[in-house]
Design a protein around this ligand. Structure first.
Ligand code: ZN
Ligand code: ZN
Length: 245
């Protein structure tokens, strides 16, 4: 399988995980919600390790402008997920004390679509540089893909939309992930900037979207899982090297 086919296949898996997250909400399956919280906790630890140990140093090796693009990536997501959106947070939408205005669904979808587009750019940029980096980034992103689909679909339901529309919203963020993967193929020469932007986006996602959800939980169980996520990153990197990838 060539690099592009592999990237496309993994991008599709990531996109399907978004749809699966939406499906959990819309099918009202009695899926264990605790399980999703673990994904969020593992995901933030793993993703932070990937960003600080791989994405930032490698993008800086490729371009001395990387720090600027990292900062831009961070603030692009801050703007689209939070400044332009009145109400957005990761996880299930459960605020019985107030109704979520309909407009929130659309603005949150725009925000999350921007974010998932860069999930795709991250995976593709990783593979363009080398397969080990690609796989590490893919796994780092994968861990929060189901919660992402879950988040947008539950926000759609909470803002008074049908289940069909809620499921469609998770399709849209999945499609944006694939769009990011495909678009990067046409801009191989911009990979250093793509990786740096993605690193900034990923810092936001891990530290400003996922970690606050971990910290909302009472007790230490979930915050310990963040460290296990970091540990998993090391184990995965070790195994990938053993496999000669
Ligand atoms: Zn809420
Ligand atoms: Zn994401």
């Amino acid at each position: 399988m060539d690099n592009f086919a592999l990237t496309l296949a993994l991008g599709t898996i990531a996109a399907l995980a978004n749809v699966f997250g939406g499906f959990i909400v819309t099918a009202r399956s009695h899926w264990n919600q605790e399980f999703l919280k673990y994904f969020i906790a593992f995901g933030s630890g793993f993703l932070l390790a990937a960003v600080f140990l791989k994405m930032i140093p490698i993008s800086y090796e490729q371009s001395k402008l990387a720090p600027l693009f990292i900062l831009i990536g961070y603030f692009v997501i801050h703007f689209f997920e939070h400044t332009a959106v009145p109400h957005f947070h990761f996880g299930e939408e459960t605020h019985p004390e107030f109704l979520i205005p309909r407009a929130v669904g659309v603005s949150a979808l725009v925000g999350l679509t921007t974010h998932t587009f860069f999930d795709g750019v991250s995976i593709a940029s990783g593979f363009i540089i080398n397969p080990t980096l690609g796989f590490l980034i893919f796994l780092a992103i994968m861990l929060h893909k189901i919660p992402e689909g879950f988040t947008i679909a539950s926000l759609f339901l909470a803002s008074g939309r049908s289940r069909k529309k809620a499921l469609t919203s998770s399709f849209i963020i999945g499609a944006a992930t694939l769009a990011g993967v495909v678009l990067m193929q046409f801009f191989h020469s911009l990979v250093s900037h793509g990786l740096a932007l993605s690193a900034g986006v990923s810092i936001y996602v891990a530290a400003s979207d996922l970690m606050p959800e971990v910290n909302k939980e009472k007790g230490i169980k979930l915050s310990v899982m963040v460290f296990i996520g970091v540990g998993l990153f090391y184990v995965t990197e070790f195994l990938l090297q053993k496999l000669g990838l």
